[in-house]
Design a binder for this molecule. Sequence first.
Ligand code: LLP
Length: 421
Amino acid sequence: MDHFIYKNGSLHAEDVALSDIASQVGTPFYCYSTATLTRHYQLFTEALSPLPHLVCFAIKSLSNLAVLKTLADVGAGMDVVSAGEYMRAKAAGVPGDRIVFSGVGKTRDEMRLALIGGIRQFNVESEPELRALSQVASSLGLTAPITIRVNPDVDAKTHEKISTGKKGDKFGIPISRAREVYAEAARLPGLDVIGIDVHIGSQLTSLEPFEAAYLKVADLTHTLRADGHNIRRLDLGGGLGIPYTRDNTAPPLPMDYGAMVKRTVGDLGCEIEIEPGRLISGNAGVLVAQVIYVKHGEDRDFLILDAAMNDLIRPAMYGAHHDIIPVVEPEAGAEQQPYDIVGPICESGDTFAKARNMPKLAEGDMVAFRSAGAYGAVMSSEYNSRPLVPEVLVKGDHFAVIRARPSFDEMLSRDTIPEWL
Ligand code: LLP
């Protein structure tokens, strides 16, 4: 169910009008729906039941503490890729045994932090990392539970910048070398080899690449068990795509994904982990912005918004499409016109959409970018010294600011002018 719909002519998040939030917090702002977050999490747990499993939310997609606590409270684990994300998971009340640590370049300090604070497993991505983790764990007198991330050489058929499972990508170890790397892992002190990890990319719109990868993981499970390893957990990564448009090209649903997981690896007696980010958070958030000016251009009119590429980088970075809709519901049959929708930043890349058909809009009107919950706020920056936009969480008929807009003083106070200047 979509929790961002028009009610009484005005776009709502659950039961709160976005215009009411705007009048209290100003624009631009991100707004998230609790009901969507928890529903999406539940879709995955339902899809994987009755297999023993843990859904670990990929914090990188949306890392606000209130969002993490919302998901932790319904039972989610977390997938972290840095000390900062680990600290966020802990601060949101997630116990260490529900946190998995992914990432291609974990530092020794990060390993130490997680080993001392408690960790479900490290997903190790290379032999040097294996040796470093062995040393760090041994020096602390601890044992690190590990999986090894294998690169199955599967084409995820997604944007090249978010494809991670092809030969030549920087992630994991080639699956063809898995046996020797597992053998080394088993010999090293301070490590407990518990499973296999795979993640082939993000925004996958078909199950085929997953299926190809998971079949390889199933094969590898048999091989490694025959080699004497006690493989008892499979981390299948994240990556299931979401609909960014409202046509009928929607990616497979979590239920279909779950059926495929059961088909490919369900009879191995392993505990299953997945690391979805976008599917849980993407359509749980919108970015609301206001039209500063409507400028007449040579070819067509520009809608110049108060949000910019620093607030939502996906269109500039990946050519990503986000539906952009007016906050005030257009009348049925309202005349449309094509606009270039842009931000105020001084580069042409600061363009959200070209020739996008929209109902006629005027200065002061508000628009919402749909599907902006994942990789929106987390990838924002202060480029052009634009303060980070606030985040708001809605639950039913109430809302709270979960990250306030910093004042200019707060923004400037992070810089220091040395005494000698
Ligand atoms: N696990 C690992 C190891 C990952 O690298 C990722 C995403 C995930 C899980 C979660 O994938 P998801 O379920 O969200 O697809 N900034 C890009 C997406 C980068 C994804 C990076 N890794 C974007 O805006 O499209």
